[in-house]
Each structure stands twice: as structure tokens, then as C-alpha cells.
Design a protein around this ligand. Structure first.
Ligand SMILES: Nc1nc2c(c(=O)[nH]1)N[C@H]1C(S)=C(S)[C@@H](COP(=O)(O)OP(=O)(O)OC[C@H]3O[C@@H](n4cnc5c(=O)[nH]c(N)nc54)[C@H](O)[C@@H]3O)O[C@H]1N2
Ligand SMILES: Nc1nc2c(c(=O)[nH]1)N[C@H]1C(S)=C(S)[C@@H](COP(=O)(O)OP(=O)(O)OC[C@H]3O[C@@H](n4cnc5c(=O)[nH]c(N)nc54)[C@H](O)[C@@H]3O)O[C@H]1N2
Ligand code: SF4
Ligand SMILES: [Mo]
Length: 876
């Protein structure tokens, strides 16, 4: 068997051929070969398969098919299955589309799901790295990870080898001998492991939102979609739902636009959403939002003083603590407040727009205009996504953004809102009107409770262990530090994430993978995790499983069904887990209680709908005959839709009207009666000064934490805009890495998923985004191959030169599969994390969006388009 990167190029495929192809993708891999992406011989031929002569216009059954990635959306995706082949694909057409009752339409990635399930790049058999042998040390031949060849082995052999090695490491080192970013029940039961924690999506909102008085990660307290139309201004702060929350959110915002709402985008890029909504653009430099926000607050105070009617003092005084000296929280240890900091009382530096401009790049008149929009007499919604808090030094943004909303009184009233606008719920919050049930599985516990900040883990592995501060038990749950000494880590598991690709410090990550005895990965493709492994267990996609139910948004639950039998020898996660536990001599019932069909049934049976009483009631009617037909255990129940209809329709959408009584205004109860409905903070109010969060953060003792106050101030990040200057002073001479680099979440991919997909590669080029002036100064033309260098690594991408990106900012899209040229050490794929190191400060946030880099025209061989590169395929 060959190594990776040997697939047939996809260039021979024109867009028309792809379109044709999409009408004729067959479940049998025989049909796949017609794609020009020839799969391995075994892939082509399933027992008894012939290439079906399909006529997409006749017959076939529409099956609601899963769209299962962490893509920001949740949409309907239907495939026509005929003679075991998928012959057509569509999105929601179950009813006429209207603003009140919108179709749940999907995006281009959804349409490309067939290339996930039936892709020529699927791994269909257990694979072993040729140079690896169990037993550890030299036998593992670890330096060859990522370079070695692969051989096909049987499931028996794969499970035997894996269990032998897991037992050996477990006997020698116990649970801390293993590492897995997010262990599942099987790993908990088999051996346990050290976990990695990371602030990924919500950045600094991961720390202590409850202490400030915000909902967890600040999601859920913006208003529902009909109320968007009651606003006068909607601010999309660091928010590009058109790319990052595909599906209905953009449609809701279009309704608001058509109703006359004025949009403003605060973003280094005039992004697709801003363009679509014809928004006013406030270009702010990545990672410097605090300067811009402080200056905005200063301007609100100034305008209020000079003209009146800007700051909602009643709101501040009633619902918040810490804005001024007269309203400090009872537990404050420091006699300082935000207002005096803004006015320069403590440091003789008023936080004026002129003070902020050199840092954030926003012209002062735009700050003033923004302050006016936030004024109390406007109906303003301040909706944010999380790009600006996935930055070093952004620790106090959650308190500051909330403060801006509170200064204008933009909470608890129709037409006003302040809060997160995330994923498929973006623009539409409120209690669920329908919800999916859950499958029953035993609760398992990892015998090792230690969580290590993800990028430090690689150094820990490379150093053979060491001292760590355990500060987070699971994502989003921080605690006071527990000093811990860990021994060597010799085994790595990859389960359902793309850790080696999506975690900071990838270069060290690759070395760490080469340093251990054993890496076991479940994979559908030769992903980065898989590439640096020893044994790969082929896992099915969701299309090859019985089905499932997902809550998509408050109005819609999606029910998807099986599209095809498992391809090749792929097995479901549960089947693989069962084999591993049996191989370890353990009872699989410790991890799985019921069959996957039973789990699907339980999800359906547990689905709920908002009843007339205001309580959630069963959604699906289930009869004894249904239970018999499904071969499951359960009880008959009365709902509003028959089981067969629910499954055939692909779920259920709750019909809304603006006056249906299900509207939602965030913070309404708190604002109407704060004493009866206190928030989760110590004071029960919104804490602009928050002692508890500050104390927790400082207890970690990370570098630079002494700069932070319990209220929002500007701090110099460990890496950020200041680092682009030679001596770290803004406005000085530029250093070796003069640009701020950030990682837009890119429409070609859902993180790493789809990166290898030919259709999407052709549609989305995955370039590096450069500002025109910057490119001209560097002699770079559109399409030129660009060398991106950072203190951590080097990568190549083709230039996309933009007039809508701030000067000095470089955009490297998130999630491309690293492809290191072993001779030069340069990554040809432009992987974001290959360019980022392990530096951290404050709370230990993963600062993806204010890293530093240089760009120059590459003098080596030009890269060519991604869609002209061979697809990464393992072939026999
Ligand atoms: N530099 C940088 N790094 C980032 C970010 C950034 O902006 N910049 N963003 C961060 C964010 S917000 C996030 S959320 C993370 C995401 O990080 P990850 O969760 O690691 O990313 P995904 O690519 O979604 O990984 C999902 C993996 O599961 C596999 N998979 C799919 N279905 C199944 C299945 O049924 N079973 C199994 N076993 N596997 C399956 C997919 O093939 C894929 O490899 O990345 C973070 N990393
Ligand atoms: N297509 C696609 N969609 C996705 C994903 C994906 O990988 N691909 N991933 C999903 C996941 S898990 C997540 S967490 C979300 C992330 O979704 P978002 O948080 O929306 O992520 P981005 O699109 O990277 O950033 C949003 C906007 O913030 C801007 N921005 C970046 N840094 C800063 C900054 O420092 N200040 C300001 N003011 N603006 C900034 C960017 O230019 C961008 O326009 O996307 C989800 N949706
Ligand atoms: S947004 Fe996500 S769920 Fe919707 S079609 Fe695209 S990939 Fe699928
Ligand atoms: Mo995320």
C-alpha cells in the first residue's frame, strides 16, 4: 500500500462535470471511479455491486441525511437513494418558504456531504503504519510518523495490536500514561488519560461568565428573530454569520434589513455578512478591540455630558455594579472603577478616541459615531460572535462589551439586545419550542481528572512529563489551580476531533506524536491525526448509521436516517468501542447500554414540543406497532406527529407568527424585577467590576496576569499588535513580523472537515488574505505564491488581494490539513496552527486571531491551485 497524497488530480473536473457528478454519485465505489478521483481497488468493488445505470428523474427515495459537523449551522439535507446509490441531493423544500415559516436551507458544504460519505479518500480498512511494532521505544520507530507507508490489516489484528499496547502502557504508567483531548466513554473505561483543555470557540468568554452575571459563554440572552425587526440599529460585532452560521441566520437579518434596520459591522474585514446587509464598516485591528471599546465608552460619557441623553444612568445604577465609585460591589478589594479609569484618574490618560486610534486603527470620528449609535434613545442591538475574544489579551472584553450595552440600556426591552449571536441560534434566541431527545448511555468517569492547557501538553510529552497547573476540569469549567506532576505520556488517542490539526503549536504537536510509543486514531480520511498515527480504525460517517435527532434551533428539530450500509469495513464509533473493550477483556456494557437503533428511537421518543400549557410535551406519536416494527423497547405515547411521518419528513418545524406569544426578550425578567430575578454573579447584577472572576484568573498565575484589574482596562497581550514593532511600542519601527495574522473560519470547511473535498476545493481557493497596500509594498500580486513566516513556522498560500481588509492584517483561513515539506520544513497547505506557537498569558486563552507574521513573495516553485493538487488518498 502506498503512502498518502497519491490520488488522481481533480483538475480534470470542470464545474459542469461536478454538477453532473453530483447527480450521479453512487453508493458503490464503482460509480466513484467515474469521478476521476479513483479510489483503491477494494473501495471500488463491494460484493455484488455493479455500476447502477441511474436515471435521476425516476424513482428513488428521498432520505433526510445527516449534516453532522461543527459547522455553525443546522440544516435540512436530503438525498435521493436509488438502487443503493445517492443520485440526487437537495435541501429543504418541505413547504413554501416565507419569512415566518422559513425553509431550513443548507449551504455548499451540505451539498458536498456525498463526497464525505462516498469520497474516494475514505479510509475503508484498518491500517497499520509499516514501521511500527508494539512494545514501545525503538520498536515504535516514532520518527517515521507522517512519513511511513501504510499496510492494510484485519480488524482482529488491529484490535489485538491496539489492546496489547494499551495494556502494556496502562500497566506501566496508569491513566497518566495516555493523552486524549476529549476522551469518550471507551477511553474512560479502558484506561483513562490526561486531557487537554482549550478555549476554542468562545475564547475569553470561556472564563467565568456566570461570575459577571452573563449566561454561559454569553449565549442565549439576545432576542428572538421577530424582534430583530423592532431594532433601529444592529451591530454585528466580530460577526460573519453568512460564513460561520450558514442556514437561516442571514435570512433573519435580511428581514430586518428590509424592515429598515441599519447595520454596522465592527471587523478587520468588510465580511460577507456586512456586504450582504450593506452595513457601515468600522475597521478595527485584530486583538485591539479593548482600545476601541474603551474609547467608545469615553465618547458616550463625553457626549452625555455635553449633549445629554446618551448614557442610561438609570440602567447602570440599577442593574450593574462597578461603573463608578458610588456603585461598587460589596466584595471589591480594589478602590477603582471603570469610569475613573476612562477619565484618566489613575494614569493621567483619558481613554479618548485619539488615545485609541494608534492601537485599534479606528478613526476618531467613527468612534464618536459608534458611541451615538449606542446612545440610550436608539433601539440598538449589540450582537457579537467570538473572533475578537479568540485573541491574546482579550480577557476583559466580555465585561467591556456588556458594559457598552449597559451604558445604552440595551437589555430587557424590545428592539434592544446585548449578547452573543452564535452558530445556528444566531439572531434567534429564546426557550426551545421543540427539542430532540437524548440516547441513554452509562455515565463513565475518567480515572485521571487532570486537564492540561492544550499547547503545553506537547512540551510535557516532549519533556517526558513535568509540573503542570490543572485549572480546568472540562471545557468551560475553571477552578483554582491544582499543582500536579505528571510522568511520561506514551500513548495518544484520537477519537472525534482533529486535535493535532486544530490545536496551537502544531509543529511541537507533530514532534510530540513522534515521541510516544503508540498513537491510535479513528478516522474517515487520512486527516492530520491519522497521518501521524500507528493504527487507524476506519469509522463510518453519520450516513452509515441508523439515524439521529438534533435540535437545530429553537423552532426546528432534524431527524436524519441511514443513507447506506457502512462502506468497506468501516464501523461505527460504538462498534469500534465495543471491539476495543472486548479486546481489553472488559464488558462493553460499561460504555454502551443500548443498541444504536434503540438510541435513535430514544432520541425520537424523548423529543418535545412546547405545549399549550407552556410545558414541553412529547412531540412524536408512538404506537405499540411502531415499537414492534422498530424492534426496540419503549412505551406508546401521544404527540403531534406520527413516528413514520416524523422520520420521513426529516423532523419537525414549529410554526411561528410574530404574535404567537413565543417571542423572547433577553434579560426581560431581570430588568423588570432585579431583586426577584437576580443574575448568577455575587451581586446578582451585571458586574463591570468583578472580583470573583479576577481572583480566579490571577490564581492561575500565568505570565502578565498582574496587568489585569477586576474591571476592563487595556493590557498589552503576550503576542499581539505591540509585538509587530521592534521594541514593542505602538508606532515605533516595525519588527521582523510586522503583520497581525488571524484565522477566519472559512466556508470551504467546517474546521478541518471537507478540506480534502474536490468540489469545495474548486469552489473555495483557501488563499491568504492580504490588504492591497501591503501586497503592493511587498511586490505581491493576486495569485502569487506567498511565504507566510511567523516565529513558530512557515507556510505557503496563494495571495488573494483585498481592498476590504485593514492594512497590516493577514488572514490565514482556519483548518487546512498541514502538509509539511520534510526537506524545507515549510507547510504547503498553509495550516493556521503550524504558524502559531504556545505563548499564552492572562487566563491562557488560545489567541488565534492576534498572532504575528511576515509575508513575502515566495521564490521557490509556485504552489498552484489547491484543486489541482492530488487529493490525499491512501491507495492499495
Ligand atoms: N489556529 C486556530 N485554531 C483553531 C481555531 C481557529 O480559529 N484558529 N478554531 C478553534 C475552534 S473554534 C474549534 S471549535 C476547534 C475545532 O476543532 P476540532 O473539533 O478538532 O475540529 P473538527 O475539524 O471539527 O474535528 C472533527 C473531526 O471528527 C471527525 N469525525 C467526523 N465524524 C465523525 C464520527 O462520526 N466519528 C469519529 N470518530 N470522527 C468523526 C472529522 O473527520 C474530524 O477529523 O478548532 C479550534 N482551533
Ligand atoms: N464556514 C465555517 N463556518 C463555521 C466554522 C468553520 O470552520 N467554517 N466553524 C464554526 C465554529 S466551531 C465556530 S467557533 C464559529 C466561529 O465563528 P466566528 O466567531 O464568527 O468566526 P470568524 O468567522 O473567524 O470570525 C467572525 C468575524 O470576526 C472577525 N474578527 C476576527 N478577529 C477579530 C478581532 O480581533 N476583532 C474584531 N472586531 N473582529 C474580528 C473576522 O474578520 C470575522 O469576520 O464558526 C462556526 N462556523
Ligand atoms: S451549515 Fe452546516 S448543517 Fe447546514 S448545510 Fe452547511 S454544513 Fe450542513
Ligand atoms: Mo468553535
Amino acid at each position: 500500500m502506498d503512502t498518502h497524497d497519491v490520488g488522481a488530480p481533480t483538475t480534470t473536473w470542470s464545474r459542469r462535470q461536478f454538477m453532473k457528478g453530483s447527480l450521479a454519485v453512487a453508493a458503490s465505489a464503482a460509480a466513484l471511479s467515474s469521478f476521476g478521483c479513483a479510489p483503491s481497488a477494494e473501495v471500488k468493488k463491494k460484493e455484488g455491486d455493479t455500476a447502477p445505470a441511474v436515471n435521476p428523474e425516476e424513482g428513488g427515495t428521498w432520505v433526510p441525511a445527516a449534516c453532522w459537523h461543527n459547522c455553525g449551522g443546522r440544516c435540512v439535507n436530503k438525498v435521493m437513494v436509488k438502487e443503493g446509490a445517492v443520485v440526487r441531493q437537495k435541501t429543504d423544500d418541505s413547504h413554501e418558504d416565507s419569512a415566518e415559516f422559513p425553509q431550513q436551507r443548507g449551504c455548499v458544504r451540505g451539498k458536498a456531504q456525498q463526497q464525505q460519505c462516498f469520497g474516494a479518500d475514505r479510509i475503508l480498512y484498518p491500517l497499520k503504519r509499516k514501521g511500527w511494532q508494539p512494545g514501545g521505544g525503538e520498536k515504535s520507530n516514532g520518527a517515521m510518523r507522517g512519513k511511513d507507508e501504510w499496510e492494510r490489516i484485519s480488524w482482529d489484528e488491529a484490535i489485538d495490536l491496539a489492546c496489547q499496547e494499551i495494556k502494556r502502557i496502562s500497566d506501566e504508567l496508569g491513566p497518566t500514561g495516555f493523552y486524549c483531548k476529549s476522551p469518550d466513554a471507551v477511553i474512560n473505561v479502558m484506561c483513562g488519560c490526561v486531557r487537554g483543555w482549550d478555549t476554542t470557540s468562545h475564547g475569553t468568554y470561556t472564563l467565568g461568565c456566570d461570575m459577571i452575571g452573563l449566561p454561559p459563554t454569553d449565549t442565549g440572552k439576545a432576542n428572538d428573530r421577530f424582534d430583530l425587526l423592532n431594532a433601529e440599529h444592529i451591530i454585528l460585532y466580530s460577526s460573519n454569520p453568512t460564513w460561520s452560521a450558514a442556514g437561516t441566520p442571514t435570512y433573519y437579518f435580511i428581514q430586518a434589513k428590509e424592515a429598515g434596520v441599519k447595520f454596522t459591522s465592527v471587523d478587520p474585514l468588510y465580511n460577507a455578512s456586512a456586504q450582504m446587509l450593506d452595513a457601515d464598516w468600522i475597521p478595527v485591528r485584530n486583538g485591539t478591540d479593548m482600545a476601541f471599546m474603551l474609547a467608545t465608552a469615553y465618547e458616550m460619557l463625553r457626549l452625555d455630558d455635553e449633549e445629554g441623553d446618551i448614557v442610561d444612568w438609570d440602567f447602570l445604577n440599577t442593574y450593574t455594579v462597578g461603573f463608578d465609585a458610588d456603585h461598587m460591589p460589596a466584595d471589591a478589594k480594589l478602590d477603582e472603577n471603570l469610569k475613573d479609569y476612562l477619565l484618566g484618574t489613575y494614569d493621567d490618560t483619558p481613554k479618548t478616541p485619539a488615545w485609541a486610534e494608534p492601537i485599534c486603527g479606528v478613526p476618531p470620528e467613527q468612534v464618536t459615531a459608534f458611541a451615538r449609535i449606542l446612545g440610550k434613545n436608539n433601539k440598538t442591538m449589540l450582537l457579537h460572535n467570538y473572533g475578537m475574544v479568540r485573541c491574546n489579551g482579550a480577557e476583559m472584553i466580555p465585561q467591556m462589551l456588556m458594559t457598552l450595552g449597559a451604558m445604552g440600556g440595551h437589555m430587557g426591552k424590545s428592539g434592544h439586545a446585548t449578547g452573543g449571536a452564535y452558530h445556528a441560534n444566531c439572531g434567534n434566541y429564546g426557550p426551545n419550542l421543540v427539542s430532540a431527545g437524548s440516547a441513554k448511555n452509562p455515565k463513565t468517569t475518567n480515572p485521571c481528572s487532570t486537564g492540561v492547557r492544550q499547547p503545553q501538553l506537547y512540551d510535557l510529552i516532549l519533556n517526558g512529563g513535568g509540573d503542570v497547573l490543572d485549572v480546568s476540569n472540562s471545557y468551560g469549567s475553571f477552578h483554582e489551580p491544582i499543582p500536579t506532576t505528571l510522568g511520561p505520556i506514551k500513548g495518544i488517542f484520537h477519537v472525534t476531533d482533529a486535535t493535532l490539526q486544530t490545536s496551537l503549536h502544531q509543529k511541537a504537536g507533530i514532534e510530540a506524536h513522534r515521541a510516544v510509543d503508540f498513537v491510535l486514531t479513528r478516522a474517515q480520511f487520512m486527516t492530520t491525526n491519522a497521518r501521524y498515527s500507528d493504527i487507524i480504525l476506519p469509522v463510518t460517517t453519520e450516513w452509515e448509521r441508523p439515524g439521529g435527532v438534533t435540535t437545530c434551533n429553537r423552532e426546528f428539530v432534524y431527524c436524519y436516517s441511514k443513507v447506506t450500509d457502512p462502506l468497506g469495513e468501516a464501523k461505527t464509533d460504538q462498534e469500534i468501542g465495543t471491539l476495543l473493550l472486548e479486546g481489553m477483556g472488559m464488558d462493553p456494557k460499561l460504555a454502551y447500554e443500548t443498541s444504536e437503533t434503540q438510541q435513535f428511537f430514544d432520541q425520537i421518543a424523548g423529543s418535545k414540543i412546547m405545549g399549550a400549557s407552556g410545558e414541553m410535551e412529547p412531540l412524536v406519536t408512538i404506537t405499540d406497532a411502531d415499537i414492534k416494527e422498530w424492534g426496540v423497547t419503549g412505551e406508546a405515547q401521544q404527540g403531534v406527529i406520527a413516528l413514520s411521518e416524523f422520520v420521513a419528513n426529516g423532523g419537525y418545524q414549529f410554526k411561528r407568527t410574530p404574535d404567537d406569544g413565543h417571542g423572547f426578550i433577553g434579560y426581560e425578567d431581570f430588568v423588570s424585577d432585579p431583586a426577584a430575578n437576580p443574575l448568577s454573579s455575587a451581586s446578582g447584577k451585571l458586574e463591570i467590576y468583578c472580583q470573583a472572576r479576577h481572583d480566579l484568573m490571577t490564581s492561575f498565575g500565568y505570565d502578565g496576569v498582574e496587568q489585569y484589574k477586576p474591571y476592563p482596562t487595556y493590557v498589552v497581550p503576550c503576542v499581539g499588535y505591540e509585538s509587530t514593532f521592534k521594541d514593542g511600542t505602538v508606532g515605533g519601527e516595525k519588527g521582523d513580523y510586522p503583520f497581525i495574522m488571524y484565522n477566519p473560519h472559512y466556508l470551504r470547511r467546517s474546521h478541518t472537515v471537507f478540506d480534502n473535498c474536490p468540489w469545495l476545493r474548486e469552489t473555495w481557493a483557501n488563499p491568504v488574505f492580504l490588504n492591497r497596500e501591503d501586497a503592493e509594498a511587498k511586490g505581491i500580486k493576486d495569485g502569487d505564491t506567498v511565504l507566510i513566516s511567523s516565529p513558530a513556522g512557515k507556510g505557503l498560500r496563494n495571495a488573494a488581494i483585498l481592498d476590504i481588509l485593514m492594512p497590516g492584517v493577514v488572514g490565514v483561513p482556519h483548518g487546512a490539513w498541514v502538509d509539511v515539506d520534510e526537506k524545507t520544513g515549510i507547510d504547503r497547505a498553509g495550516s493556521d496552527n503550524y504558524l502559531i506557537g504556545a505563548e499564552y498569558g492572562g487566563m491562557g486563552v488560545s489567541g488565534y486571531n492576534n498572532q504575528i507574521c511576515n509575508v513575502e513573495k515566495y521564490t521557490g516553485e509556485a504552489l498552484g491551485a489547491d484543486c489541482d493538487q492530488p487529493q490525499r488518498i491512501v491507495s492499495a
